[in-house]
Design a protein around this ligand. Structure first.
Ligand SMILES: [Ca+2]
Length: 224
């Protein structure tokens, strides 16, 4: 058994109102929110340098995103009822889905999309047409866990930032119960902006950042 710990950190744009974070193809990808300032970014995994940028329409407030495959990204908007389909290499919008809820976070299991809307509900969506096939209510010791935000699929579990907390919940996708959580409040050397941004390296580590944080943490999640 081991506790979670900070293994390292890289710079993060303090102007980034982070809404989504994911690692793919050797890069760290990020979405940022706020009307008129919403972006999707390609950044360097070691330096945090911004290598590519898509400015989204000023009429939308971007939220979380996830890769469907190496060249297809699905990015949510908060209250605009749109989920954009993007090409991360050309940084062009290639299509959109209709989103019938608020958009907060999203991840992809390889089988279905998992989407949060700020409540305790996670919806499972078909990656082909965005239709809802199932949903779960997330509970910790039987108590519903509201404000589920940025998501990440990690070792068969769904990870969720819980808005306005420093907690990352590890959720069983079958029944929604929280199997464990880690609290970065004790380890994150940041005092401004909420935690929002969880990306898995695929080998047991997470990159975690927050809204307007100057750093991104590399976290060993431990196993207790
Ligand atoms: Ca994520």
């Amino acid at each position: 058994m081991s506790a979670p710990g900070v293994m390292g950190m890289i710079p993060h744009d303090p102007g980034a109102f982070t809404q989504g974070l994911e690692i793919r193809s050797g890069y760290l990808w990020e979405s940022t929110g706020i009307y008129g300032q919403s972006t999707f970014r390609k950044t360097d995994l070691e330096t945090g340098e911004i290598l590519g940028l898509l400015r989204l329409p000023e009429s939308v407030f971007a939220e979380g995103f996830t890769f469907l495959d190496d060249s297809t990204v699905c990015l949510l908007t908060w209250r605009e009822n749109i989920a954009f389909v993007l090409n991360p290499w050309t940084m062009e919008i290639e299509g959109e889905f209709y989103l019938n809820t608020e958009g907060w976070g999203i991840c992809y299991t390889g089988e279905y999309l998992v989407q949060s809307d700020g409540t305790a509900i996670l919806r499972f969506r078909d990656p082909g047409d965005f239709s809802v096939s199932d949903s779960i209510s997330v509970t910790l010791n039987g108590v519903p866990q509201f404000f589920l935000n940025e998501l990440e699929y990690f070792n068969g579990q769904i990870l969720a930032n819980q808005w306005r907390t420093s907690r990352i919940l590890f959720i069983n996708p079958e029944d929604g119960h929280v199997e464990r959580f880690i609290n970065l409040g004790n380890v994150a050397p940041v005092t401004t902006g909420v935690l929002n941004g969880v990306a898995s390296t695929g080998d047991g580590f997470l990159y975690c950042t927050g809204k307007n944080w100057p750093i991104t943490l590399i976290i060993d999640v431990g196993d207790d």
